[in-house]
Every structure is written in C-alpha cells, then in structure tokens.
Design a protein around this ligand. Structure first.
Ligand code: GTP
Ligand code: MG
Length: 148
C-alpha cells in the first residue's frame, strides 16, 4: 500500500478539467487521502523540482508551476505510485498516448497538466513538502474488496 503526491498543474482549474481528471483516479480504485487548492510559493516550487535545477527548462518550469492555483493531493492504493504515473502518461507529450491524462488533455510537454511522484522516496519528500500530517486522512474503504 503506497501514498503518492499528485498535483493538477496551473490551467487545469481554469479549463474545468479537475473533475474529469479526479474521476480517472477514482474509477481506477485509487483513494484520495488529502486534497487542497493552493498557489505554490516560488521557494516551495524550487524545492519540489530541485532535481531539475540545472536543466535549461528550470526557470520556465518554476514560473509555470507558480503561475496559478494547483490542486494538490495525496492519493493512495496498492502500487499507487506506478499506477498513477501510468494513468498520467509519459512526460514527453509526443509519447503520451490517447487514454492517458497527458495524452488526452495536454498539448505541449511544458504544460503537461499533472504531476505525480516518480518513486517512494520522492513521494515521501513531496507529501511532506505540501501537506502536514493532520491533513492526510486514513479512512475505511468498504469498496476495497471489489477493487483488489
Ligand atoms: P512531473 O510529474 O511534473 O515531475 O513530470 P515527470 O516526472 O513526468 O517529468 P520530469 O520530472 O522529468 O520533468 C518535470 C517537468 O519538467 C515535466 O513535467 C515537464 O513539464 C518539464 N519538462 C521535462 N522535460 C522538459 C523539456 O525537455 N522541456 C521543457 N520545456 N520542459 C520539460
Ligand atoms: Mg518528475
């Protein structure tokens, strides 16, 4: 059982895509443990994407990430990190097939609609960066027997 950090990037709220993207996570049987709207402070965005700080696209990535409200979430389930990444699709938009969130809702790589943690270490770090422990809920899921 894993937790992963998922973030609907700026533009998703304005495009009214929040519901349809959340539906994809829900209908796959993943569980929402935390959810909030926020505008990410620059310093937090730089820490979140620190692994890319030397890349040429870093300034653009940070200005996009901080350019409007995001939907920040903790999503959990069996093997949740890999399953959410599969639903999101590849980073590079040319490689993101229809049926994935990026393939269906993103037109360019630099505005690829959704962030998902890439491994358990990142998930732990990112969840801690965006949520306090009290914001993450654990609750009974009576549907789990039908999903797993
Ligand atoms: P995130 O979930 O946002 O972390 O995406 P990812 O894990 O699929 O990709 P990665 O962590 O490698 O890159 C982080 C983000 O930087 C991507 O989501 C893109 O928005 C952006 N990015 C990655 N590669 C490029 C690139 O070559 N050019 C540009 N402009 N942006 C890039
Ligand atoms: Mg990444």
């Amino acid at each position: 059982y894993e937790k992963t950090y998922v973030m609907l990037k700026p533009g998703v709220l304005q495009r009214r895509l929040t519901g349809i993207i959340l539906q994809r996570l829900e209908e796959k049987g993943l569980t929402l443990a935390a959810l909030k709207l926020m505008v990410i402070p620059r310093e937090i965005a730089e820490r979140h994407y620190a692994e890319h700080s030397q890349r040429p696209f870093f300034p653009d990535l940070i200005s996009y990430t901080t350019s409007g409200p995001v939907v920040a979430m903790v999503v959990c389930g069996e093997n949740a990190i890999a399953r959410v990444r599969a639903l999101a699709g590849p980073t590079r938009i040319e490689e993101a097939p229809p049926g994935t969130i990026r393939g269906d809702f993103a037109a360019v790589t630099r505005k690829n609609v959704i962030h998902t943690s890439d491994c358990s270490e990142s998930a732990r770090r990112e969840i801690e960066l965006f949520f306090s422990p009290g914001e993450i809920l654990e609750y009974e899921d009576p549907n789990a027997d039908w999903t797993y």
